[in-house]
Design a protein around this ligand. Structure first.
Ligand SMILES: Cc1cc2nc3c(=O)[nH]c(=O)nc-3n(C[C@H](O)[C@H](O)[C@H](O)COP(=O)(O)OP(=O)(O)OC[C@H]3O[C@@H](n4cnc5c(N)ncnc54)[C@H](O)[C@@H]3O)c2cc1C
Length: 414
């Protein structure tokens, strides 16, 4: 028989989007829960980070806390136009009359991650779910019956299940002996957030309300540039060239120059945040511990390049599925059923992570690709774009990799 006591809260390590979603999803399934968070309550989470929230993520959040998905839609924006430029010349542009589609939720919405997290915090507050701040997980000891956790504030905790949602540097992952495997992007990328002018809405801005990708942009010294609107600002991504010194490129002076050239002089003083990345493409070698009592979710389990926006979106899917597995496992009459649920979680989300890393990797290979075949394919598409829309559309689409969701079966039966 299973010995789980479901009156004891299931603990979640980390109050990022994964941990907060996991806690909401556990509560929605009738499982008491609390979050252990390393940071202090007055922390400042910098940068826009995950600005692109897929429709499926909105639906997942809405299902777990009615109103949350709709709040994000109200706060976010849906850009109507995709445009691609090749070395200063337009090669593709498409404007949609109804860019969000006609479903209950739009295909996506665009807002800063800090706003998404604010709404998640409000939902947790409303439900009375505790976040224990300054309580970073330091040690995790699992047994067939549950998990013993020690936190940085000197407290000790017993929990039937632990969801490790403590981000890329996850202490929970290290404690269960799971390791990241994979590699890192060759090029560096600079990500800059630029505030709208004078509190403008995006529609009031002097630059067009569109998602722009510019290959080899002359105003960025021949680097690839992406400019994406989100509520309250613009996200500028600049792809460093192979011999660039990323620190030099990301210096204040150089960034002001890029923003002046790409967006206009009036935006130069509106730079809010600049960051330099080499993206990791890694997956934990196991998403669960040996006793099937600890589940890794979100960036504790996988890191991927942001092209295609699979990062936070796949974190939310992990969190939702981890909560489902724990809810079933915690009520199971047989230990074998409980273990099986947790293993099924691992199998499904490991498969999803592999698919997502592969998809983000295709986008990364395309962007960094300097093999003769890749270069030639882009050049040919650019030269044909005036005559064949499909050539321009290829250039517009390819930087984001495949669009499909991971092909995961709904049951583990075949
Ligand atoms: C530049 C950039 C752009 C991005 N763009 C997108 C995008 O457009 N779309 C998208 O979907 N995703 C995007 N992402 C990815 C997205 O930001 C992350 O996937 C997301 O934040 C991961 O959420 P998480 O909760 O797993 O981890 P985190 O957000 O890292 O949260 C982990 C939490 O755990 C806490 N913690 C750490 N250690 C401990 C411990 N020992 N014990 C307890 N708590 C701990 C941390 O303080 C933090 O609160 C982007 C990321 C970056 C960097």
């Amino acid at each position: 028989m299973s010995s789980t006591d479901i009156d004891q809260p299931v603990l979640v390590a980390g109050a990022g989007p994964t941990g907060m979603t996991a806690a909401l999803a556990l509560h929605a399934r009738g499982i008491p829960t609390a979050i252990l968070e390393a940071d202090s309550e007055d922390r400042d989470r910098a940068g826009s980070r995950a600005i692109y929230v897929h429709g499926s993520t909105l639906k997942t959040l809405e299902r777990n806390y009615p109103g949350l998905g709709k709040d994000l839609v109200d706060e976010g924006l849906v850009w109507p136009t995709r445009r691609t430029v090749w070395r200063g010349k337009d090669v593709f542009e498409r404007t949609y009359d109804n860019p969000g589609g006609s479903g209950e939720f739009p295909h996506f919405t665009s807002l800063p991650q800090v706003t998404t997290e604010k709404y998640m915090h409000e939902a947790l507050d409303d439900l009375g779910i505790d976040i224990h701040w300054d309580a970073g997980v330091e040690s995790v000891e699992s047994t067939p019956d549950g998990v013993h956790v020690e936190t940085a504030d000197g407290r000790e905790w017993e929990t039937p299940y632990l969801i490790g949602a403590d981000g890329g540097g996850s202490a929970v992952r290290k404690e269960i002996g799971s390791e990241f495997e994979g590699d890192q992007s060759e090029n560096s990328f600079i990500i800059v957030d630029v505030e709208t002018l004078d509190g403008n809405t995006i529609e009031e801005e002097p630059i067009p309300f569109e998602r722009l990708f510019h290959y080899d942009a002359p105003e960025a010294g021949g680097r690839n540039v992406m400019l994406v609107p989100f509520s309250g600002g613009w996200r500028l991504d600049i792809q460093c060239l192979g011999d660039d010194d990323p620190e030099e490129i990301a210096s204040d002076e150089q960034m002001r120059e890029f923003v002046r050239e790409i967006m206009g002089e009036e935006y130069v003083d509106n730079i809010q945040w600049t960051s330099t990345y080499k993206f990791l493409q890694v997956i934990a070698d196991s998403f669960v511990d040996e006793h099937r009592r600890v589940l890794l979710a979100g960036e504790a389990a996988h890191l991927l390049a942001p092209f295609g926006a699979r990062g936070m979106n796949s974190c939310v899917a992990d969190a939702d599925e981890a909560a489902s597995a724990v809810a079933v496992a915690a009520r199971a009459r047989q230990d074998a059923v409980a273990r099986n649920e947790v293993e099924l979680y691992a199998a499904r989300r490991e498969r999803a992570a592999e698919y997502n890393v592969d998809a983000a990797g295709q986008a990364l290979d395309y962007l960094q690709g300097d093999t003769p075949v890749t270069v030639l394919r882009k050049e040919v598409a650019a030269s044909l774009a005036d005559h064949f829309e499909s050539a321009g559309e290829y250039l517009d689409d390819a930087p984001y990799g495949p669009h499909d969701a991971p092909p995961i079966a709904a049951t583990g039966n075949y």
